[in-house]
Ligand binder design. Sequence first.
Ligand SMILES: NC(=O)c1ccc[n+]([C@@H]2O[C@H](COP(=O)([O-])OP(=O)(O)OC[C@H]3O[C@@H](n4cnc5c(N)ncnc54)[C@H](OP(=O)(O)O)[C@@H]3O)[C@@H](O)[C@H]2O)c1
Length: 260
Amino acid sequence: MEETLKGKAAVVTGASGGIGEATVRALVHRGAAVVLAARAEEKVRFLEREVVAAGGQALAVKTDVMDRTSVQTMVEQTMEEFGSLDILVNNAGLGLSGRVAELRPGDIRYLFEVNMVGPLHCVQAALPHMPRGGRIINVSSVVGKRAIPKVGGYCATKFALNAISDALRVEVADRGITVTSIYPGTTRTAFREHSRRTKDEERGWRPRGVSPEKVAGKIACAAERGGRDVYITLADRLFVTGTILLPGLTDWALRLLMKD
Ligand SMILES: NC(=O)c1ccc[n+]([C@@H]2O[C@H](COP(=O)([O-])OP(=O)(O)OC[C@H]3O[C@@H](n4cnc5c(N)ncnc54)[C@H](OP(=O)(O)O)[C@@H]3O)[C@@H](O)[C@H]2O)c1
């Protein structure tokens, strides 16, 4: 593969597994130097060693995106090690299941801290260092476009993230920095096992999903070319378009699909 990102430094949050880990590999494959940011230090150090052993450039930095100081330190280490920060992938995220009527305020606050305030910390720490041509890539979700039952709290955090992305895109356009929202549908990671639960709720029907590598490929394309809204599959794009055009029919279909 052509090293289209050679000379670029990228930060990937949530690099300890799932979509983040696959994104690290995809960016390294394209020649980028990558900072692996997550709380699970052992896992990111393991991945760092693997990348470096294969001739790539990587730096593992234990980071909690909820903690502004931790994020600031991670960005400082990025600058010390690689001298620039060209690409920020805000991928770290957490799920929450539960009916709206039963959600606990503490869970919702925690989720907003990880899924919305976390990316905000990273953007605010990275922007002063980001040159023209910089890329900010925020990993949202198709359910950040149309909320679905039993995960309404999680959906709300992704709607909020989209709002940040849309405002920021316009604010930094004059600096030549792009802001991309990625909207994966179900992806085969440990996301559901890691998700918080309100009760012992079952999730009902859901699609089999795509591989994290497929999502990572789209993120890497956004790192190369920018872009505004990125869907992973045609079905995801059609789902979102359909829900916008036919909201009432969508409510009806969701009632059928997500019945207990
Ligand atoms: N899987 C899906 O079906 C799906 C669909 C649409 C969107 N997404 C989104 O895709 C992103 C990645 O999810 P995934 O599927 O790869 O799930 P995952 O395997 O559970 O990975 C989540 C990552 O987020 C990190 N993380 C969580 N809290 C963090 C914190 N406070 N600070 C730093 N890192 C933190 C975790 O690392 P540590 O625990 O080591 O910190 C982990 O690396 C999320 O934003 C998710 O909302 C997933």
